[in-house]
Design a protein around this ligand. Structure first.
Ligand SMILES: Cc1cc2nc3c(=O)[nH]c(=O)nc-3n(C[C@H](O)[C@H](O)[C@H](O)COP(=O)(O)OP(=O)(O)OC[C@H]3O[C@@H](n4cnc5c(N)ncnc54)[C@H](O)[C@@H]3O)c2cc1C
Length: 398
């Protein structure tokens, strides 16, 4: 791997920091899922999406014809790092217009679908907010076993079934849906298809699921004879598995943003340790050194995946490798952070404005959410299975 950030990238980094200074309260640090859970945070996030779009940063890596700037891999890396570090909200357009719905439509969508759905994502408009419905009560890691069925009837599909853990469905305008379109298959990975579903469709019910701290991120979704125009099928009918894997690899490519986020929490913890005068203790230094080494290694791995992409190499298992690595690192950061904060780390993560709050509430927030992050987009075990198969050429697990 050979790279370095040039003058252009460093200038861009300064511009993002200026943007944060101009548009965020001093000392701002947005936490994961704030925007899904809280109406005011959601409105703020959408206002930021709009501003990012006006600066052409929201979808900067997209080609110009789709509302991007064709930014280089390294500019995209800088944006990801800074967005994670400062906790910039509104960068995803739900779950997730920017990271995988738009890019997947560019690869597999029809011209009509591209014209209809991509511009509102790039413009940061409410009409460009998506949710992603893959998981079902009996299909999570074993995603290919999903049963929600879309039956072709004339120029429509009629959908019946249930999805669960659908993040942001209560805010989304559109759903990116994985469905079965053929049940008579010898292999469950065949007979799957991707669809775009209007969240206002008749027969679609979205019920909130409160998470264990009482926040509303997830939903369960019921389909009762939901009619979808046949031209909302994305790509080829029954060939959805390959497209799904591509979309999932976009979803797992979060390492750069996580590098920024973890680095910020590390920096805040370091300030705190100095403030309360414990940094001189050898065991505390050891912990920080340990974390700093892991963070540096994780960053270099994430850079390597970006570099391969930049060089036009096919990146297959690397996003899974980096996601698994971060699942473990975030848990370690949380453990060290809670040890350091003691009882201050056990506050209500939904109530960050108390006189007891330390480190901007980041540690207690991570304490509750790092578990979920190690499950979302495929569990750590699932990521390691992918690394085994595609990175180490082991036999398929199915
Ligand atoms: C924060 C969060 C956000 C989410 N958002 C969405 C969303 O927006 N849309 C959506 O569709 N889904 C979403 N999900 C659901 C998520 O994709 C699933 O929870 C995940 O894929 C795991 O599936 P499961 O819950 O059914 O667990 P299971 O698949 O039942 O797994 C249970 C345990 O068994 C292990 N396991 C399973 N199979 C194997 C195997 N073959 N080898 C070794 N170990 C195995 C798993 O690693 C896990 O530890 C979200 C989940 C979380 C936590």
């Amino acid at each position: 791997m050979e790279f370095q950030f040039g003058e252009k990238e460093e200038k861009f980094r300064s511009e993002i920091r200026e943007f944060v200074k101009d548009n965020f309260p001093p000392d701002y640090f947005g936490h994961l899922f704030d925007e899904e859970m809280d109406d005011d945070a959601w409105d703020f996030a959408m206002s930021i999406s709009k501003k990012l779009s006006q600066k052409k940063w929201l979808t900067m890596s997209w080609p110009e014809e789709y509302g991007g700037t064709g930014a280089s891999t390294w500019e995209r890396v800088v944006f990801g790092e800074e967005a994670g570090y400062w906790g910039i909200p509104g960068i995803s357009m739900g779950i997730s217009g920017t990271a995988w719905v738009g890019p997947s439509l560019m690869l597999f969508g029809t011209k009509e679908q591209q014209d209809k759905y991509i511009p509102s994502i790039a413009a940061g408009e409410p009409d460009g907010v998506w949710c992603t419905a893959y998981s079902e009560p009996d299909s999570g890691s074993d995603l290919a076993s999903l049963q929600t069925f879309a039956q072709k009837e004339g120029d429509e599909y009629v959908i019946n079934g249930q999805k669960v853990w659908t993040s942001c469905a209560h805010r989304a305008r559109w759903m990116w849906l994985a469905c079965r379109t053929n049940a008579e298959v010898t292999k469950k990975h065949h007979g799957l298809s991707l669809f775009i579903v209007d969240m206002k469709s008749k027969g679609l019910t979205v019920n909130p699921i409160k998470n264990f701290v009482g926040g509303h991120v997830f939903n369960e979704i019921f389909f009762k004879d939901v009619r979808v125009p046949a031209n909302n099928l994305v790509g080829e009918e029954n060939k959805g598995w390959a497209q799904l894997m591509t979309a999932l690899s976009f979803e797992r490519g979060v390492a750069i943003t996580f590098c920024g986020r973890a680095r910020r929490i590390f920096d805040e913890l370091l300030c705190y340790a100095k403030e309360i005068d414990i940094f001189y203790k050898p065991e505390i230094r050891q912990k920080f050194a340990d974390l700093a080494m892991d963070l540096e290694a994780a960053k270099l791995l994430a850079y390597e995946a970006a570099w391969k992409d930049h060089m036009g190499m096919t990146v297959i298992h690397e996003p899974s490798r980096d996601k698994a690595n971060f699942d473990i690192l975030l848990e370690k950061l949380t453990r060290i952070g809670t040890n350091m904060l003691g009882a201050f780390s056990q506050l209500d993560p939904l109530n960050k404005d108390t006189r007891w709050t330390r480190v901007k509430g980041a540690v207690e927030h991570l304490y509750y959410y790092c578990i979920g992050m190690a499950i979302a987009a495929g569990t750590t075990f699932t990521q390691k299975t992918i690394v085994g198969q595609f990175g180490l050429q082991q036999p398929k697990s199915y």
